[in-house]
Design a protein around this ligand. Sequence first.
Ligand code: ATP
Length: 212
Amino acid sequence: MDQNKIPQATAKRLPLYYRFLNNLNQQGKKRVSSKELSEAVKVDSATIRRDFSYFGALGKKGYGYNVEYLLGFFRSTLDQHEVTEVALIGVGNLGTAFLHYNFMKNNNIRITTAFDADTEKVGTDIGGVPVYDIHHLEEKLDDIKVAILTVPAVEAQVITDKLVEKGISGILNFTPARISVPKHIRVHHIDLAVELQALVYFLKHYSLDKPE
Ligand code: ATP
């Protein structure tokens, strides 16, 4: 099917659905209701039904959705049949945590290469991932198209420029810096400090209804 037809908001929820369905499948479950799904992934069931209708999965009343059919769809849509290799730049506290984090548990994305400027870290192996000198980015990045940025904010743009020059397609930016890239490159920005601050602000000023 034409994947451009899937709205971006729906596409963003696909990995969430995929993870949950994968777990269900491993438990041997054959079907799932939109209500069950809704409670597990915290997306309202009307949205789930609309999302699923984009890929031709129409739930049957009293039956729900076929887990295997959905998983097959997600696997091909999310390119789960092939491993996507990712590079990590900046092996500090956050970067090290990512190298130890087992992304493979639920999907086929894997950090295979890391870079740092610190000579103490270069040449080591963290969580099974070799750490290379940032000066060797040129030759060691290979065909990798996705990078995670966990360097200090002041270094973010310079590194980004190098990644762009090397042909990167997407960057997951964990630095507080707002980086500039050419239009054809996708940047997703996750600023943990800002997210935390927003949560604390919301807790203070927008109280949620307590259950009776
Ligand atoms: P640590 O305590 O290990 O320094 P941190 O997360 O507090 O961790 P940061 O100063 O945020 O440290 O730096 C993150 C990592 O980015 C460090 O490992 C640092 O060596 C590395 N780094 C700094 N500048 C560059 C650069 N230009 N290219 C690649 N890596 C860099």
